[in-house]
Unconditional design. Structure first.
Length: 248
């Protein structure tokens, strides 16, 4: 018979594995990436090197396929296609990471408040992480869920909270406060409350900056689209009527 703690860790590990399998099944482009990764690893072996990651191998494989298809047209097209196929996935990954980090920063104050509420109610850090990350869909809650699953699987608190640290500098501050509470029993309510207030202030200033940019962003459509359309509807008919009267 397994003890309750071991049984709970086993269940959390199985849930995490099932979620990762479901995420892989939902990805329609995964077979293409697998083929590109295989081609890239084969190319790396030809030159006697090892790819740093699966993404690097996939980028190299996509560049080789694009270069081979571009040779049908011309060598110049082949080189351009290889360059685009090699750099475009990396640029897309950077943008996705930036978008996820921005979403995490937007949701992090509320997530910290939920963690603080659970901890003030007397719950431990692993249980608080599990409760906060159980039903949330934003990146901050997902990081809490991954941290809870790692703790449930037997990882140390510092290693498990790496998922929270990956959210950025503010995630590092949150993870350090939680780790201090786990290791040393330090009070965590005050630092978490201060961090949430600072993040809300930063988010408010960012929203104000975006609002101030709205008139500048509206200027190009106004100048290039609305004003020419207004001139076309008001001035051009008068010019046409004047030309007709002159011909008569």
């Amino acid at each position: 018979m397994l003890r309750p703690g071991c049984r709970r860790r086993l269940v959390l590990a199985r849930v995490g594995a099932a979620r990762s399998r479901r995420s892989r099944r939902r990805d329609p482009a995964r077979p293409v990436r697998v083929v590109a990764c295989g081609i890239g690893r084969w190319a790396y072996r030809l030159v006697g090197r090892r790819p740093s990651s699966d993404e690097a191998a996939s980028d190299a494989g996509g560049a080789l396929v694009a270069a081979a298809l571009g040779l049908v047209i011309s060598p110049i097209v082949s080189g351009a296609a290889a360059l685009v196929a090699w750099r475009l996935p990396a640029i897309r990954r950077v943008r996705v990471e930036q978008r996820e980090r921005a979403l995490a920063m937007q949701a992090l104050p509320e997530t910290i408040d939920l963690l603080r509420l659970c901890l003030d109610a007397g719950l431990t850090v692993p249980i608080a992480l599990e409760l906060v990350g159980r039903d949330g869909t934003d990146p901050a809650c997902a990081a809490c869920r991954r941290a809870a699953e790692r703790i449930g699987a037997g990882a140390r608190s510092r290693d498990a909270l790496g998922a929270v640290r990956a959210l950025g500098d503010d995630g590092v501050r949150c993870a350090d406060a939680l780790e201090a509470s786990v290791v040393d029993g330090a009070p965590v309510s005050v630092p978490l409350g201060r961090l949430a207030a600072e993040l809300r202030d930063v988010r408010r200033r960012d929203l104000e900056r975006r609002v101030r940019r709205v008139p500048v962003l509206l200027l190009p459509p106004l100048v290039l689209c609305i004003l020419p359309a207004f001139a076309l509807m008001t001035v051009v008919p008068l010019i046409v009527l004047s030309l007709r009267s002159l011909q008569l």
